[in-house]
Design a protein around this ligand. Structure first.
Ligand code: MG
Length: 371
């Protein structure tokens, strides 16, 4: 079997708002083969940038667009093809958008492996540790305590036992968001886990004070309080407070996560399967975190393709904890795939059992939003 093409599809809503919602556009990857099997993947990054990285012709042996490196190759050699892409783009790649583009292709390649072997992706990756797992509802933090309480209540009433509120109100709160979190805890009671995504909004010099004041509301974790490059601030906070500190959604490659663990001292790593390097690399990142005794909770805030990929990833790693389930649903987040994932009465989501990734695109939705 040989790869014949790597196709990119860009989708975008008619109006894009400047809020922290990554479901307003999408970059879909399809890897085609000479045997008629097609793999499906996705990249959660700027679509036109990713398309250029995939479609660029070769400049020389260490500087090539990704499609040119793959056409003619056997798609079953996924790990070797990861290295082929990494080395063949190393003069302009190594981190960031090139690894993100590789991630979408890697997801599509594992989809092919699963389809060809008749196994769901998590079995192709080595087998499942679990057949279902708890999901946390992931949404944006409203700007007032009253709205924050209402947003949290909405998802608890929908059956979630854990909720993450992020960005939004943390950017405008004068007190680091303490009043917002107090309102959320009062609204949902003691039995629900509350996760906080600060969205880089804390001043490092105030962070320990904010975290101390949040302790009585028992946050499950504090995510990304600072800009990702301020590893020193991460380490200081993580070493000082008892609430776990989480981060890593914009990091790419195992080497970046090694720094996040060694220099940032984070308690939970959050590689995004569609950004950090695909299934191949996130499996390695999860194992590295496991060596440090830390859980890996993949970031996921996009379409049904990433929901499926994230479920397979969570199934295939020993140190999974919960699935991030984006409930901030625009039409691309909610309607792009035939399959609709949802929680059961225990707040858990079932891992897909069908061969490959287990999702198919809704062509009518693709046609409506295609650029
Ligand atoms: Mg986040």
């Amino acid at each position: 079997m040989r790869i014949t093409d790597v196709e990119t599809i860009i989708l975008r809503l008619p109006v894009v708002e400047m809020i922290a919602d990554g479901t307003q556009d999408a970059l879909i990857v399809r890897v085609h083969t000479d045997e008629g099997v097609t793999g499906l993947g996705e990249v959660d990054a700027s679509p036109e940038v990713i398309r250029a990285i995939i479609e660029a012709p070769a400049s020389h042996a260490l500087s090539s667009g990704l499609r040119a490196l793959l056409v003619g190759e056997d798609p079953m050699n996924v790990r070797r093809l990861w290295d082929t892409m990494y080395r063949g783009s190393i003069f302009f790649g190594r981190r960031g958008p090139v690894i993100m583009a590789m991630s979408g292709i890697d997801i599509a390649l594992w989809d092919i492996v699963g389809q060809v072997t008749g196994r769901p992706v998590h079995e192709a990756l080595g087998g499942g540790y679990r057949s279902r797992l708890r999901a946390y509802a992931s949404t944006l933090m409203p700007h007032t305590p009253r709205d924050a309480a209402a947003e949290a209540t909405r998802w608890v009433e929908s059956g979630f036992r854990a909720i993450k509120l992020g960005w939004g109100g943390f950017g405008t709160a004068p007190d680091g968001g303490v009043a917002l979190v107090r309102a959320v805890r009062a609204a949902v009671g003691d039995q629900v886990d509350i996760l906080l995504d600060i969205g880089f909004n804390w001043e490092p010099s105030r962070a320990i004070d904010y975290a101390r004041r949040l302790e009585e509301y028992r946050p499950f974790w504090i995510e990304e309080p600072f800009w990702p490059d301020n590893k020193e601030a991460y380490a200081r906070l993580a070493d000082t407070i008892d609430i776990p500190v989480a981060g890593g959604e914009e990091e790419t490659t195992r080497w970046a996560f090694q720094e996040l663990l060694d220099d940032g001292h984070v308690d939970v790593v959050q590689p995004d399967v569609s950004r950090a390097g695909g299934f191949t690399e996130v499996q390695r990142i999860a194992e590295m975190a496991d060596l440090h005794g830390r859980p890996c909770v993949p970031h996921a805030w996009s379409t049904g393709i990433l929901k499926a990929a994230s479920l397979h990833m969570n199934a295939a790693i020993p140190n999974a904890l919960m699935m991030e389930f984006c409930v901030w649903a625009g039409p691309l987040g909610d309607e792009l795939t035939e399959q609709r994932f949802w929680i059961d009465e225990n707040g858990e989501v079932e891992i897909p059992r069908t061969p490959g990734l287990g999702v198919t695109l809704r062509e009518d939705v693709v046609a409506r939003y295609r650029i």
